[in-house]
Every structure is written in structure tokens, then in C-alpha cells.
Design a protein around this ligand. Sequence first.
Ligand SMILES: [Zn+2]
Length: 328
Amino acid sequence: MESPSTTREESAPYFSCTRLNSTTFVIHERDKWEEHPFIYVKICDDPPVVVLSDTGCGGGRLDHPNFGNLRDFIETYPIPENGETPLNPRKSNGELSRTYSIICTHCHYDHILGLNHFPAACSRVIASSHDKSFIEQKLPEHSLCESVGVPVPDYTVSIWAKDFEKIYSSPSLNLQILHTPGHTPDELAFYDQNERHLFVGDSFYERVANDKSYEQAIIFPKEGNFIHYMQSLEKMLTFVNVRNAEAHKHPVKIGCGHVTSSVDGRDILLAVKELFLTIIAGKVPIVKTEEKRGEEFVFWKEVGDPRFSVAAPKRLMLDARKAMGFGA
Ligand SMILES: [Zn+2]
């Protein structure tokens, strides 16, 4: 038997954590499916709450020296950029310092599997009320858990957040939900007013990771919808433009569910909108076609070193082209 203390993965720990802003950290999970989800962790003392944005793939490599369980990582692992203190340290009597509010940007497996580690006694789960049936019915299929062969986590939504609902409104915690269907019907974004950061889940992200070690396409399942997606992009753009017009404040930044954690909000929204208009117009090359879940699934990528790439059932693009009156 090999010693479990190999150093093979020391340079790429299972979870890594960096500071995003004065109250928020971002955890990057290196999961076995290579989804690389970003988990955002906002620490608040009044009220004593940790706000999690998604829970990743749930760890799963318990033999790993750098933790295979998100909750253990948050409660026990010292974070250099947090003064060598865990993000939510347990008290000496084992109790939690703060309870959890978990915002699910949508129900895909790489965002919800970690819910297994956060029982209802210490957490509440917030999801979009836009299309409750998407979560309440056929969750194994809609979450893609079935496709990757894992059981759906056992969780109950505590708050079905309405569009533009403020889920917290205290001086130190001011968060607002936006319904942004398109990637999935339940996709949401939320805005941290104090930090002026908008979190958009899987609606979009850049193509290449900061350290250039992996690439990801903006990907749509067959439950996606480009028409709703374009409306959601427009809605986020209007939202950001209004905040950017506020005097003496820095422009809104955007953090995504993968790859991109902090970029100028207006700039990336304009770039993504332009890209999808170009795709719908048929002017971005399709570089790969395959069959996925019974449909023709295509991959769009501009030549060279583009900022984004997109993968989706071709039908979503054709439906949008028809609805928007592009081409024949
Ligand atoms: Zn997703």
C-alpha cells in the first residue's frame, strides 16, 4: 500500500480559498467531474450568518489531505487570507459561530451536491420561485444527477425567493435576488449591495481559468432557453447600469459560478450579449457537434483566443433565431 501522505496533489488542493472582497471569499473545488465550481462564502457577524452561494459537488475525496467535505473545510481549515482562521470556526463547545444561508443559483448537480453536508438544523436554503416545478419535479433529471450517476442530495427549499426580493436587509447584509432564467428555468442572480458585487451563477463566465489550467464553455442543458436568456442578460444589464449611475460608488462587479469571480459587470454583460446576438445570427463557427440527451448538441467558438465559448442544443439557437426574426 502506498502512503496516504503523497505530495502529488499538494500543488493543487481539492479546495482552495481566496478573498474576493472585505466580507466574501471564493472557494474553488477541483471535483472529479472537472466542473471546477466556485463557491462564494460571505461572512456576516450581525446577524451571525454565513451566506453560501452554491455548495459545489460535495467533495467526495475524504482521504484527501485538503478535505473532501465543504463544510469541514469551512469550519476547520485555516485560511491564510482570513488571518489563518477558518471561515466559520466552531466554538470550543463544538457549536457553530454562525448558521448558514445557502443561495442556490440553480439546481445543477455541481451546485447542489454539497447540500448533503448542511442539515436543516443549521441552514436554510434559498431558491428561485420563478418555476418551482423545475426543482419540485424530476429533480434527478433536471439536476443532471441522473446523467452523472449520483443520488440527488436530500434538501428542502426554505425560501422561494421572488424576483427582486431582498432576502436580507440589515446594514451589514443587504442581498437582493433577481430571476434570470435561460441557463435553466430556476437560474437566479443575487446582488450584494454593500460590496456592489452581482453573482450570476452559470448564466455566463469566461473561457479560460486564471491559471490557464482548464477551459470551460458557457453550457446549456436541453432545459435551457436562449430567448429567456437574452431577456435575462438585458435585465442584468439594466440593473447594473442603474447601480453604476449612483454617485461616488465604484462600478458593479460580477462573479460567476465557474472561472470568473471578479470582473467589470457592464463590460462582461455587453460582451456576452454581443456574443449571443452573433451566435443567433449564425456568425460564430460551430466547431463540434455531438448527440447529447437525445439532441444535436453544438459547440460555438470564435477563431483565435476568444474570451468565451458556448455549448448548447442547436434547437435553442434556432428557436431564438425564429423568435427574434433573424435570417430565413
Ligand atoms: Zn449549471
